[in-house]
Design a protein around this ligand. Structure first.
Ligand code: ADP
Ligand code: ZN
Length: 217
């Protein structure tokens, strides 16, 4: 089964697309952001080390991320179900580390899906995003508001704003994306792997374009 990398700036909809594709095709969704946030919630050693980087909108050190991913990518389930990587690789050193894992037997990247949208739309999506504290469902007070203010439609839990979705931190994340992650587009373009998708469109439109291009039925 194939490994797909989702690439694109914060707020562009990588997590949303991943959830839709995984629900339908049974892929594994590996989100480094979700893994790190879970470690922070649990108060683990890893979570404590990662938190300050995440709160400031910067990146967690490459060694930390690569160690997490080295063990995940070797799991049988990854090969059996196929997977969508959401948040890894995020820097050139991470992409190079990924190549080394592949040479040691991890499955290789089949395609890189690059989701694109303008900065102003991204800022709106990020600062208006709310997440259910109980079931992690995602809402957006501008675009997909819950029926009742501050309350999750699915489970009645309280909606929260992610600490890094405030205006200043969201801007910092967009800057970091441009500096550290965007160079990966060229890296994977040289291998002819990049599929570009206009992610300012409706999420169902994004999904159907991706499915058509990847020949997912
Ligand atoms: P975003 O919406 O910014 O893409 P994520 O949920 O993917 O958010 O990640 C949240 C934070 O977790 C990032 O701002 C960063 O600090 C950290 N993080 C996630 N993945 C990586 C990675 N591959 N390398 C370094 N830091 C990461
Ligand atoms: Zn909920």
């Amino acid at each position: 089964m194939a490994i797909y990398v989702l690439l694109g700036p914060p707020g562009v909809g990588k997590g949303t697309l991943a959830e839709m594709l995984c629900a339908h095709f049974g892929f594994l969704h590996i989100s480094t952001g979700d893994i790190l946030r879970e470690e922070v919630r649990r108060g683990s050693e890893l979570g404590r080390r990662a938190q300050s980087f995440m709160d400031s909108g910067g990146l967690v050190p490459d060694e930390t991320i690569c160690a997490i991913m080295a063990s995940r990518l070797q799991e049988d389930e990854v090969r059996r179900r196929g997977c969508l990587l959401d948040g890894f690789p995020r820097t050139l050193p991470q992409a190079e580390a990924f190549d080394r894992l592949v040479s040691q037997g991890a499955p290789a990247v089949e395609r890189v899906v690059l989701l694109q949208a303008g900065d102003e739309l991204l800022m709106q999506r990020l600062t208006a995003r709310r997440v259910c504290g109980a079931c992690r469902a995602v809402f957006n007070v501008l675009f997909t508001p819950p029926r009742q203010d501050g309350v999750c439609d699915k489970c009645g839990g309280a909606l929260e704003q992610r600490g890094d979705d405030t205006e200043a931190t969201a801007r910092a994340r967009l800057r970091v994306y441009g500096q550290q992650t965007e160079p990966l587009v060229r890296f994977y373009d040289q291998r002819g792997l990049v599929l570009r998708v206009d992610a300012s469109q409706d999420k169902h439109e994004v999904r159907s374009q991706v499915c058509a291009a990847l020949h997912l039925a």
